[in-house]
Every structure is written in structure tokens, then in C-alpha cells.
Design a protein around this ligand. Structure first.
Ligand SMILES: Nc1nc2c(ncn2[C@@H]2O[C@H](COP(=O)(O)OP(=O)(O)O)[C@@H](O)[C@H]2O)c(=O)[nH]1
Ligand SMILES: [Mg+2]
Length: 247
């Protein structure tokens, strides 16, 4: 078995069995990290045949990924390629072969999906992502089609780096991409399908968008001019912006 799929999960009893079953059907090893869910997520994941790693307290998606990276590096020397699939099935397990392909062909070290903004993404999410993507491409002289897609795949070599940076919640996608750029790994993006089962309220949305934007701009200043404002850290400590997730 060379392919593993990490499924970070927090209160996902509705979709977790389906997610695990469809990942297994594709021939990949499903590793669920239960981030201290209050529902039957862990039990259902186990019943569906996944390897289940449990957090005793809720720590956010970033730390859930760190737990899985450590587990794979320590216990699974055979695993060469690893993907991340959200448990809420916003992205499709059936798209996994597409996201693994550039790695298998040795054309990339890190692959992310890119969403069809017009066809699949609600306006408010489209706007937030436009702001992030524009800031990201300016800050890093990059030309990514999607800077915040949670559907990601990477090689074992990349995991050996990201296990040291993974933390927090929804900034994880930017944090990983920035780290991969800094390390000079090859990045590719492939088109993926995405579903939205509800849109955040405006207040939450603004806190979400601004938190990520501050992180991107600050990281850009560090990347270009080695200026470290630490603003993101201060604001997350003051709980002005989210850290783990919007929960
Ligand atoms: N929101 C949230 N999701 C978590 C947490 N820990 C793990 N996750 C999982 O991370 C994935 C992405 O979370 P989600 O809230 O859907 O984020 P979004 O779709 O990017 O806004 C899902 O599979 C969650 O179950 C957490 O503390 N909070
Ligand atoms: Mg989601």
C-alpha cells in the first residue's frame, strides 16, 4: 500500500462512513483523525474499516494533520503518497486518482485542487477566495488558481517538512503552500469538484476572511523582506480572529 488518505474529522458522523468506504473502494488506506468529536464519528469510522487516531481534546484541523503525519512517518514506511480529504465530503473521494497522478508521475511534490469558481462556489465564498488568492499571488509572485483548497496530496518528503509546521485550523492550506514554496518543492494544481452545504453568516465570514488575509500578507512580508509582524499571533491570542475553525 503506497497511498494513504488522511481524513481530519470533528463531529462528522453524518458523512464519515461514506467517506471511509469510498476511499477504501479507490484502493487507498483511510486514516481518520477524530479531533475529539462529541458524536459517533470515531466509532463509525472504525466500523467502516479506517485506521482511527483520536485526540483527547479538540485542537483543530492543523494539529489533526500533524498527528496523522507523525503516525505515517513512524508506523508506515511503505506509504509514499498522502492526500487530505475533508470528512464533510465537500470534495469527492472519486477525484483522488486525479490529485495523486502528478506525484506518481514525479511531476510534482505537492498537488492541490482548484475549484470551478463560477460553476460550483457560492458568491460569498468566491469573493473571500478571490481576496486571498490575489493577496497570495502578489505576496509570493505566484500564479495559483486556488490558494485555499483543502483537497491536497503530497509526497512523503514533503510530509517530513510539514509535520514541523502543521498547527491551527483553516490557515493550514496557506501555511502548507507557503512552506512548500519556501522549501522549493514542485507544486501542481488540478481541477476538482466541490460542494457547499451551507454558507457562513456575514460576521463569521468577515472574521474568517480577515484572519487569513492577515496571515497571507504577514507571511509575504516575511518571505520578501524578512519582516515578522507577529500580528496574526497577537490577534488570534486576543480571539479577534479564528484559529481552529469557525466553531
Ligand atoms: N471546523 C473544524 N473542523 C475540524 C476541526 N478538527 C478537524 N476538522 C475537520 O476539518 C475539515 C474541514 O473543516 P470545515 O469546517 O469543513 O472547514 P471548511 O470547509 O474549510 O470551512 C472537516 O473534515 C472537519 O471535520 C475543528 O476543530 N474544527
Ligand atoms: Mg468543509
Amino acid at each position: 500500500m503506497e497511498h494513504a488518505v488522511i481524513i481530519p474529522a470533528y463531529n462528522e458522523e453524518k458523512n464519515i462512513s461514506d467517506a471511509v468506504t469510498r476511499v477504501t473502494k479507490k484502493g487507498y488506506l483511510p486514516i481518520v483523525v477524530d479531533d475529539c468529536s462529541k458524536d459517533r464519528t470515531a466509532e463509525l469510522a472504525e466500523k467502516a474499516g479506517a485506521i482511527v487516531l483520536r485526540h483527547r481534546k479538540n485542537q483543530g484541523k492543523g494539529v489533526a494533520l500533524k498527528t496523522a503525519f507523525k503516525y505515517i512517518l513512524e508506523k508506515h514506511p511503505d506509504i509514499k503518497y498522502v492526500a487530505i480529504l475533508d470528512a464533510d465530503l465537500q470534495y469527492l473521494p472519486e477525484d483522488l486518482p486525479k490529485i495523486f497522478k502528478p506525484l506518481e508521475e514525479d511531476k510534482a511534490d505537492y498537488v492541490t485542487g482548484y475549484r470551478n469558481w463560477k460553476k460550483d462556489v457560492p458568491f460569498r465564498h468566491r469573493l473571500g477566495n478571490f481576496v486571498w488568492r490575489t493577496a497570495f499571488n502578489i505576496a509570493f509572485s505566484a500564479n495559483v488558481k486556488d490558494s485555499n483548497c483543502g483537497f491536497i496530496a503530497m509526497t512523503r518528503e514533503v510530509i517530513k517538512e510539514l509535520v514541523h509546521v502543521a498547527t491551527g485550523g483553516y490557515i493550514i492550506e496557506n501555511m502548507f503552500m507557503i512552506s512548500v514554496i519556501n522549501k522549493g518543492f514542485r507544486i501542481k494544481q488540478v481541477p476538482v469538484k466541490v460542494y457547499y452545504y451551507g454558507v457562513r453568516d456575514i460576521k463569521t465570514g468577515v472574521r474568517f476572511v480577515s484572519g487569513n488575509l492577515i496571515y497571507i500578507i504577514e507571511s509575504g512580508l516575511k518571505y520578501r523582506y524578512n519582516i515578522d509582524l507577529k500580528l496574526y499571533k497577537i490577534l488570534s491570542k486576543l480571539k479577534i480572529i479564528f484559529t481552529k475553525g469557525s466553531d
